[in-house]
Design a protein around this ligand. Structure first.
Ligand code: NAP
Length: 340
């Protein structure tokens, strides 16, 4: 059994990880920690775990976490993860970091978009971007995984086949994404309180969202050169889910059937990407609590655009589920174990 720790177990992604890992046949959860003054029972924080796991959640003691586990999930805020990742790697452990701390090879990009000084730059080269649909082989042998952001997961999977196969114009890509409120984490925040966001639907950080360079960087790798992409995020008054609509101009006339076939081939070996049949449109309801990314395609020859719609659960394929998918690959387990 793989001994696994969750650091940041009182947050949304930590809770989701625990939910998934309790049912994983090859995992023994050995440590739950958070920023606490004293130990708590995890079911006092999340009653859903009562009778399912009997492990306290304790104040984070890195030495103790390293002693008790082989692989550590860091469900921590940006800027906090980097220090712990370095400590755990030094202790010979594998680390899957859900924050953005190791998602950029270029430290300047991270520092510019996150406004945080990176203190573990030596690890940036080693970290593998944990999107299994694009990097499975490197993930298998990695010690440090930078688990992708939620918006980038839905956006990159929506556009990767078009960019990689050179089917569309690469300047002028537009991505419009809508996320549920859990995407911002569990800590209290006035704009995210019920009274502020219920019955409201708003764009935010237009042209300035920190997930933009992550999307540009991964799609840029597929394109073979740097890309500038218009990414607009929105907050929707629902708990979970991200619906992404991407717009691209085809280089030559094509059809919905042709592009659906292209996606089918591109994701033929990706167990968690489901390409919809013509006429069906992706819906966040269909992936709620699941590790799937559903993708729909419409070619609009009137406007000369390919419209790709993807749906994920931000806490599952956009975070914890994808992290477990990465753990499976790193540990030699079937990719879908504990997730399908
Ligand atoms: N939410 C999503 O949909 C999503 C998707 C993809 C990636 N992510 C990323 O995943 C990470 C976790 O997100 P989240 O939504 O789970 O956040 P969250 O709900 O705010 O939880 C953060 C967790 O980190 C702990 N923590 C904070 N500062 C700490 C410190 N200095 N030392 C030890 N523990 C500390 C918190 O403990 P206390 O409760 O004790 O303060 C809590 O358990 C973030 O980097 C986020 O950007 C989130």
């Amino acid at each position: 059994m793989l001994r696994v720790a969750i650091v940041g177990a009182t947050g949304y992604t930590g809770c989701e990880l625990l939910d998934i890992l309790i049912g994983h046949p090859e995992v023994k959860i050995t440590s739950l920690t958070a920023k606490l003054d004293a130990p708590i029972k995890i079911h006092d924080e999340f009653p859903r775990f009562k009778g399912r796991i009997d492990l306290p959640c304790t104040p984070l003691d890195a030495g103790e976490v390293a002693r008790s586990s082989d692989l550590i999930f860091l469900s921590l805020p940006h800027g906090v993860s980097m220090k712990y990742a370095a400590l755990f790697l030094k202790a010979g452990k594998k680390v899957i970091d859900l924050s953005a701390d190791f998602r950029f090879a270029d430290v300047g990009v991270f520092q510019q978009w996150y406004g945080i000084r990176h203190e573990q730059t030596g690890l940036l080269k080693e970290a593998v971007y944990g999107l299994p649909e694009l990097h499975a082989e490197r993930i298998r042998t990695a010690r440090l995984i930078a688990n992708p952001g939620c918006y980038p997961t839905g956006s990159i999977l929506a556009l990767a086949p078009l960019v990689k196969e050179r089917v569309v114009e690469l300047d002028g890509l537009v991505i419009d994404s809508k996320s549920g409120v859990t995407g911002a984490g569990r800590k209290a925040s006035l704009p995210l309180s019920f009274g502020e966001c219920n019955e409201s639907f708003r764009a935010y950080k237009v042209g300035a969202h920190q997930h933009t360079p992550e999307i540009e960087s991964e799609l840029g790798i597929l394109a073979g050169h740097a890309l500038a992409i218009q990414f607009t995020p929105h907050l929707v008054p629902m708990n979970r889910g991200i619906l992404t609509t991407a717009y691209a101009r085809p280089l030559k006339e094509t059809s919905t059937e042709e592009i659906i076939n292209l996606y089918g081939r591109f994701y033929a070996k990706a167990p968690f990407v489901r390409v919809a049949a013509k006429g069906r449109l992706a819906d966040t309801k269909d992936v709620w609590g699941l590790n799937y990314c559903d993708i729909s395609i419409v070619v609009d020859n009137r406007t000369h655009r390919i419209v790709v719609i993807s749906a994920i659960d931000n806490l599952v394929k956009g975070a914890a589920g994808q992290a477990v998918q990465n753990m499976n690959l790193m540990s030699g387990f079937p990719e879908t174990m504990g997730l399908a």
